[in-house]
Design a protein around this ligand. Structure first.
Ligand SMILES: [Fe+2]
Length: 125
């Protein structure tokens, strides 16, 4: 079992997956800006806490690419903040596929950063 598979992290990961599905389910009905921005704020807090835990594990396990991995976590949080700002500003057009954008953001991170971290953690046990 890798260090990231402890119950708290697994629980957070599942909550994040669930939340992305909920946001995706809004589809092009995502016109209720207040509701979307509230969901995104909850998602951002959850993702932030998950990222913090991941970074703690990487630090503890001496994972050398931690700085670039951490930067990508920050990029995701900043992107979420930007999307929330747009949601809260009625004068700006809102994307009709926010869920798809968030899924893409997370999938890209998993493919580029999380997979190599996971194989490192599996290797060192
Ligand atoms: Fe990560």
């Amino acid at each position: 079992m890798s260090a990231l598979q402890d119950s708290r992290i697994t629980e957070q990961h599942n909550a994040i997956e669930h939340m992305i599905s909920d946001i995706e389910a809004l589809g092009d009905r995502a016109v209720d800006r207040a509701r979307v921005s509230k969901m995104l704020s909850v998602f951002m807090k959850l993702a932030g806490s998950y990222f913090d835990n991941e970074e703690k594990v990487m630090m503890t396990k001496g994972y050398r690419p931690l700085p670039s991995h951490r930067s990508d976590h920050r990029r995701i949080i900043e992107t979420l903040e930007l999307i929330i700002q747009v949601c809260c500003d009625d004068s700006l057009p809102i994307s009709n596929d926010i869920g798809g954008r968030i899924r893409e953001l997370m999938d890209e991170h998993i493919k580029t950063y999380d997979k190599s971290m996971m194989s490192y953690l599996d290797k060192i046990g």
